[in-house]
Design a protein around this ligand. Structure first.
Ligand code: ATP
Length: 432
């Protein structure tokens, strides 16, 4: 983990938020390569969950929502973690459910009694800070999908079973943020609410468990042997859930939740219908029945995927008798998919290399790397940021109109013509 954290800072993936002022615990900024990786994750989720299907539509609801929503959803009462504070010298606060024993793990001090701490960030809307103006930054995007359910069914032609998908920021005032991006206080959720006929939840729950696992392994390229399902026992389920399965990854600190798939039944629509006094039922055109659909919800954050991909991809090996660090990221997610490097700073080469990179942009995430230094050094830099293909323009290129593709993983090389480069790279990515 330390090696990955150091690499992400050194190479411009991630910076601690507001670092020049000492940082803010549980908040991170994304640098140029981090942004590219994040966008790739988000786009692949959207593509596979929404664009490639005809049963799921998108939604963007607001980040700040009134208290009434969180009152109805149960978050005001139940979105809490048990907190214990150390009464010894360190005064640290701990999540009680993660403690073993009655002493502070840091200084051995006595811990005070358990109290419940609500994880939602509260704010005020408008100039007056009174009870009536209280609102919350959303801790999940799901409630937006339930609150807008009526709008979606009456303004579109969706038919059960169908889904509403949303990506966007969520905020949780975690007691113990940590493990780098694994647990942060501001993160980006990608959630799907998939509405099904009452009591047809079991089959759809099973479908989404398998489909989401497939996405992590086949689309993102996460190592299958480091992923597993974890079915929550009944007593640890969230207040809204009938059954929950986590897709877990084997992190350096142990197995941890990457994505959660929850069977929320009609809990949310029922409570919103009751509290808002609006009819949220769906009229089934096949049976003419009115009912509240049940919901299966796969939910994952970009941050958990981000840290998983980096840990999964990080490797050290030896090439030409020199040790190297390499991120073996799947080309689908690599921040730079192809780097074009002229062998020297000679003007003729630069001109061709720039033409080559221009012809790749738009189709691939392409970077032009003309920094001085030995070609080997530039390959190493690209290996560290996970670039699967480097395209080298050399003096022969001027006469044979061909370039060298150097593969990150095997360091093997091949020499296609410039004309066929685009197609060749597409084939290499598809074959990965
Ligand atoms: P925990 O019990 O670990 O605090 P949770 O079970 O309440 O978390 P969920 O509500 O199931 O978490 O969250 C859904 C998904 O959102 C998780 O699978 C994870 O991908 C992501 N997630 C949740 N909390 C955080 C966080 N603090 N930082 C980053 N991602 C998070």
């Amino acid at each position: 983990m330390e090696k990955v954290v150091a690499l992400t800072k050194r190479r411009g993936f991630i910076y601690p938020s507001s670092e020049i002022y000492g940082g803010l615990s549980g908040f991170y900024d994304y640098g140029p390569y981090g942004v590219a990786l994040k966008r790739a994750i988000r786009d692949l989720w959207w593509r596979h969950v929404v664009e490639l299907r005809d049963d799921i539509v998108g939604l963007e609801s607001t980040l700040i929502m009134p208290e009434a929503v969180w009152e109805a959803s149960g978050h005001l009462a139940n979105f809490v973690d048990p907190l214990r504070q150390c009464l010894g010298p360190c005064r640290r606060r701990w999540r009680a459910d993660q403690l073993l024993g009655d002493r502070c793990p840091q200084c051995g001090g006595v811990l005070d009694d358990v109290r419940m701490f609500n994880l939602m960030f509260k704010t005020h809307v408008g100039p007056v800070e009174d009870r009536a103006s209280e609102a919350y930054l959303r801790p999940e995007t799901a409630q937006g999908m339930f609150v807008d359910f009526k709008n979606v069914i009456s303004s579109t032609r969706v038919r059960v079973p169908f889904g509403i998908a949303q990506q966007g920021k969520a905020f949780r005032n975690e007691i113990t943020p940590g493990n780098f991006l694994f647990r942060v206080r501001e993160f980006e959720l990608m959630e799907l609410e998939y509405f099904v006929k009452p009591r047809e939840d079991d089959e759809w729950f099973d479908y989404w468990r398998k489909e989401r696992m497939r996405w992590h392994t086949d689309v993102l390229g996460v190592d299958k042997s480091r992923l597993r399902f974890y079915d929550h026992p009944k007593e640890s389920l969230s207040h809204y859930s009938k059954q929950t399965t986590d897709i877990e990854y084997e992190f350096p600190f142990g197995w941890g939740e990457l994505e959660g798939i929850a069977d929320r039944t009609d809990y949310d629509l029922a409570v919103h219908q009751e509290k808002s006094k609006q009819d949220l039922t769906y009229l089934d055109p096949e049976t003419n029945e009115r009912y509240l659909p049940w919901v299966i919800e796969p939910a994952v954050s970009v941050e958990r995927i981000f840290v998983t991909l980096l840990l999964d991809a990080y490797d050290e090996d030896v090439v030409n008798n020199e040790p190297r660090v390499v991120l073996r990221l799947h080309p689908n997610v690599a921040p730079v998919q192809v780097a074009v490097v002229p062998l020297s700073k000679k003007e003729e080469l630069i001109k061709v290399a720039q033409e080559v990179v221009r012809s790749l942009r738009g189709e691939f995430r392409a970077e032009y790397d003309q920094t001085g230094g030995h070609i080997g050094r530039r390959y190493r830099r690209q290996d560290e940021i996970g670039t699967p293909f480097c395209v080298t323009v050399d003096f022969d290129t001027l006469s044979d109109k061909a370039v060298t593709i150097r593969m990150r993983d095997s360091t093997a090389q091949e020499r296609p013509s410039i004309d066929s480069l685009n197609e060749r790279l597409k084939a290499l990515i598809a074959a990965h």
